[in-house]
Design a protein around this ligand. Structure first.
Ligand code: NOJ
Length: 519
């Protein structure tokens, strides 16, 4: 099996609007990322995935793109990207960009042209326009629902409707149009020519819709994401598009990669996306959902089993800018932090690639934001019933004891989402050098992980049902105590890394903690 870098890489998600603000407008940007490269190098990650920084009205944090080959001035310049590529490469790290091909922004010149040109025009063929149903076309063409809530169709003044599986400001491209194909090939090459190491493919399961756009036939369709079949997701035709992109990636030297954000109806359907002529890997959202020992064991075994069948690396993630933060999912407060630290050690001990979400290394939880601060289109599209994803997207705390915590310079515009007063102990500065901090836990774990043979398989060791105990031979033994009583593991000696901030003395592993022993 090849030892290509991406097979065991730790990829760190930089949610650009919330990472670091270089120009003082309260919104994170590329100069901000450039100013924090030393932090990322010291953390010990292999690659950065940057969320969109392209020209955008920022209705959906930049996932509404008006020009896929331009940097939005709010985020920086093309020169910043060139510098990032160069500096990351010098530091032995790689750069992965977001490729958002299911939809554009409604501000995209093609969509604006489509609106102007009217029904039946060539301009409308690049998006999905249809007449409505009902006597006067007053009803949407079908019953599809937007992932963000409400119908997936919006009517334009001339009476036609257009499809948007996300916000109305994100019209879906028609991948039946050769022009759409050609334009994305150009986009891929544009960034690959600049030296980026690959793409995280947004909604990789979405570009192709079922022929004839049939009704789904039921409501609350989004609850089926990752669980059931929908006529607008995971259609077989998407594979052809992904394969055409893989051919392009493979033309370039240096192992350029495609990592898919894929929601399919089952692990087996998800596995269809990973192949030597298709995506290199997909995010493992099933791992994120596990909480009980049985569920962890099942998802770990299933992931590793599928990966072996596909000759692909397993992947692991505990969250992203679309999910609640791990600390909150695991119960919040000190208990949430304790469990999240244990989960981090579990994840980082597993074979394969890891996808981290910025801020998890600081032990951050979701922030309780006031209604007035919410910016996620889910909030408005759900008629204020779904708060959306902002709580996990609050700008990172770097230093100091009050907002903006070094995210922006003092005196800059306030961060685009308000940071809580309670974060003064969570800043990078406060955690740096403190052996009990979550930041130092991640640093130690990432450095030990680097010394484990990436090819070392996982071997379960005999243990109580509520304890996950396994070896990676040669490399380490990992134990996670999910029971309610301490476990004596003194036969392994003193742990090399432990999630227990009190140090887990004497080889006894307390409940809700994890430890590693180097072997
Ligand atoms: C997935 C992205 O991660 C999410 O943030 C975005 O809203 C949707 N795709 C639409 O692009």
């Amino acid at each position: 099996m090849s030892s290509a870098w991406w097979r065991s890489a730790v990829v760190y998600e930089v949610y650009v609007p919330s990472f670091a603000d270089g120009n003082g407008d309260g919104l994170g940007d590329l100069p901000g990322v450039l100013s924090r490269l030393e932090y990322l190098r010291r953390l010990g990650v292999d690659a950065l995935w940057l969320t969109p920084f392209y020209s955008s009205p920022l209705v959906d944090g930049g996932y509404d793109i008006a020009d896929h080959r331009a940097v939005d001035p709010a985020f920086g310049t093309l020169n910043d990207i060139d510098q990032l590529v160069r500096k990351l490469n010098e530091a032995g790290m790689r750069l992965i960009l977001d490729l958002v091909a299911n939809h554009s922004s409604s501000a995209h010149p093609w969509f604006q042209a489509a609106l102007r040109a009217g029904p039946g025009s060539a301009e409308r063929q690049r998006y999905i326009f249809r007449p409505g149903r009902g006597a006067t076309g007053e009803l949407p063409p079908n019953d599809w629902e937007s992932v963000f809530g409400g119908p997936a169709w919006t009517r334009v003044p001339d009476g036609e409707w257009y499809l948007h599986l996300f916000d109305r400001a994100q019209p879906d491209f028609a991948w039946t149009s050769p022009q759409v194909h050609a334009d994305f090939e150009r986009t891929l090459r544009f960034w690959l020519d600049r030296g980026v190491n690959g793409f995280r493919v947004d909604v990789a399961h979405g570009m192709v819709k079922q022929d004839g756009l049939p009704d789904a036939g039921f409501a609350n369709q989004i609850q089926l994401l990752g669980r059931g079949s929908l006529p607008y997701f995971d259609q077989d035709g998407v594979h052809e598009i992904l394969r055409s992109w893989r051919r392009i990636l493979d033309e370039y030297p240096g192992d350029r990669v495609a990592i898919g954000e894929v929601w399919a109806s089952s692990p087996a359907r998800l596995a269809n996306y990973v192949a030597p002529d298709e995506l290199h890997q997909v995010f493992n959202f099933y791992f994120m959902d596990a909480a009980a020992p049985v569920a962890f064991r099942r998802v770990i075994d299933r992931t590793i089993g599928l990966a072996a069948q596909l000759s692909a690396p397993a992947t692991w993630t505990l969250g992203s800018h679309d999910t609640h933060r791990t600390v909150t999912r695991y119960g919040g407060g000190l208990l949430g932090v304790r469990r999240a630290r244990a989960a981090a050690l579990l994840m980082l001990a597993l074979p394969g690639a890891v996808h981290l979400h910025q801020g998890e290394e600081l032990g951050l939880g979701d922030v309780d934001l006031p209604d007035s601060a919410l910016r996620d289109p889910m909030w408005t599209r759900s008629n204020h019933t779904v708060r959306g994803r902002d709580a996990g997207r609050v700008p990172l705390p770097w230093s100091g004891t009050s907002p903006p915590y070094g995210f922006s310079a003092v005196g800059a515009a306030p961060p685009w989402l308000p940071q809580p007063r309670s974060w003064s102990g969570s800043t990078v500065e406060a955690q740096d050098g403190d052996p009990q901090s979550t930041l130092e836990l991640y640093r130690s774990a990432l450095s030990v992980r680097r010394r484990v043979d990436p090819m070392a398989p996982l071997r379960w060791l005999p243990s109580d049902e509520d304890v996950l105990l396994f070896a990676r031979d040669p490399g380490l033994v990992c134990a996670v105590n999910l029971s309610t009583v301490p476990i004596d593991l003194s036969q392994y000696g003193k742990p090399t890394v432990t999630s227990d901030p009190t140090g887990g003395g004497g080889g006894v592993l307390d409940p809700e903690t994890a430890a590693w022993w180097a072997t």
